[in-house]
Design a protein around this ligand. Structure first.
Ligand code: ADP
Ligand code: MG
Length: 398
């Protein structure tokens, strides 16, 4: 998969078209669609706490080649999971089940579209091919949902804006796939803009595109390659812990989310949170929100070094207070901080494996990958992968 991240969009389009023909015949009046992966620069686990996030879409992403059918059948094939073969289902069978594997993501979106007054009457044949490292915290799931949504709008004539697409896809992931994620992933994937990060207030869904001009530096993703089976359930646990903290705090101060609290208010009222674990979770949510707002302000002032320092603080907070990192992510981040040309580094995404994001000076990239890679292999026993990524735009019809 690491070599796939360097394949151009044109080449991906050609490969998926060939893949479609092989499994389902000529694409005919069908199309190829694209939705990007995303990386969050700062603001982790704040999106379901009414706080701010600062993610950007990537040029790597998920492609879908789709042709409508005249009956109600649905057929799916993923070129990333060829051994799973073709999944056959129908529009009358939109019920999540492990036997439908990854197709629960696109099927969930079809179901939610129907629930919201966008009925899909005829089925389709869909081939998926992506170059987002799978399950690595770069939101291949949101890309798969959003590419499905954009396809449905185009093929079935629905007019739905990007924000609404994000909300429908989040609902699909929450209710159909049992992952209680916030809005960040789907919003970034649906609303990305080239060379910009999105400063998003997840309580109001108000947002601002902030240009990312790194000049002589690049964004480097390091993948732990850890297989993280328990991630979704632990993620849902964190969400519950924050809800508990919010319920306790609501007895002493009127707030509707942890994102409503300033750090000073948190310090004043934190005693109301009975469970010390929940108190630490809430502390992260409140301070991370402040860090994100500060980081964006500093970046706009051109203070990249100060932005990098906040990335490090953000990592320490998810490691110590929120406890979603683990030895793999901590090893990558700590090794990165020791490389002089590394401006900032932290884990990105839900955690428990997945990736770190680092901002590294271009002339230090080989040293960075060498030193961090060696430290990781020595401590963890297997290899980390590195990708230099570019900030891309939102979904496309190719
Ligand atoms: P991520 O951090 O990448 O979003 P998730 O665990 O949320 O990780 O989503 C990964 C899941 O999404 C995969 O296990 C698979 O079910 C589905 N998925 C993502 N990309 C593809 C793809 N190209 N083909 C088929 N399924 C995919
Ligand atoms: Mg996901």
């Amino acid at each position: 998969m690491s070599r796939l991240t360097r394949v151009s969009q044109q080449e991906m389009k050609e490969r998926i078209t060939v893949g479609f023909e092989k499994h389902f015949g000529p694409l005919g009046d069908g199309h190829v669609y694209f939705a990007p992966g995303r990386v969050n620069l700062i603001g982790e686990h704040t999106d379901y706490n009414g706080g701010h996030v600062f993610p950007c879409a990537l040029t790597i992403g998920t492609y879908a080649a789709v042709r409508r059918r005249t009956d109600r059948k649905l057929r799916f094939f993923s070129m990333n999971f060829p051994r799973n073969g073709v999944y056959e289902s129908a529009l009358d069978e939109l019920i999540p089940s492990p036997r439908f594997g990854w197709t629960n993501y696109p099927k969930g979106v079809v179901k939610i579209f129907g629930d919201h007054g966008y009925p899909v009457e005829n089925g389709f044949d869909m081939v998926i091919y992506g170059n987002i490292p799978n399950g690595s915290g770069l939101s291949s799931s949101a890309a798969l949902e959003v590419v499905t949504a954009v396809m449905l709008c185009d093929q079935y004539g629905f007019e739905i804006d990007g924000k609404q697409i994000a909300l429908l896809c989040q609902e699909s992931e929450n209710t159909y796939n049992g992952m209680n994620c916030g809005i960040m992933d789907q919003f970034t994937v649906a609303m990305g803009r080239e060379d910009h990060a999105i400063f998003l207030d997840t309580a109001k869904l108000s947002y601002e595109y902030v240009p990312i001009r790194l000049k002589d530096a690049s964004i480097i993703i390091a993948n732990t390659n850890k297989k993280h089976h328990l991630r979704d359930s632990k993620y849902n646990d964190r969400r519950k812990e924050c809800e508990k903290a919010l319920a306790d705090l609501s007895k002493v101060i009127q707030i509707s989310s942890l994102g409503d609290l300033s750090c000073e208010e948190f310090e004043e009222y934190k005693g109301a949170i009975e469970d010390p674990v929940c108190r630490r979770r809430a502390k992260h949510a409140v301070y991370e929100n402040r860090r994100t707002v500060d980081a964006v302000r500093l970046l706009k002032q051109g203070k990249l070094g100060a932005f990098g320092k906040l990335m490090r603080e953000a990592h320490l907070s998810v490691s110590r207070d929120y406890e979603v990192t683990g030895i793999e992510l901590d090893t990558l981040a700590e090794a990165a901080w020791r490389v002089p040309g590394c401006i900032g580094s932290r884990m990105t995404g839900g955690g428990f494996g997945g990736c770190t994001v680092s901002i590294v000076r271009n002339d230090s990239i080989p040293e960075f990958m060498g030193r961090v890679g060696r430290a990781y292999r020595k401590k963890i026993g297997y290899q980390a992968d590195f990708y230099t990524v570019k900030i891309g735009g939102g979904p496309q019809i190719l």
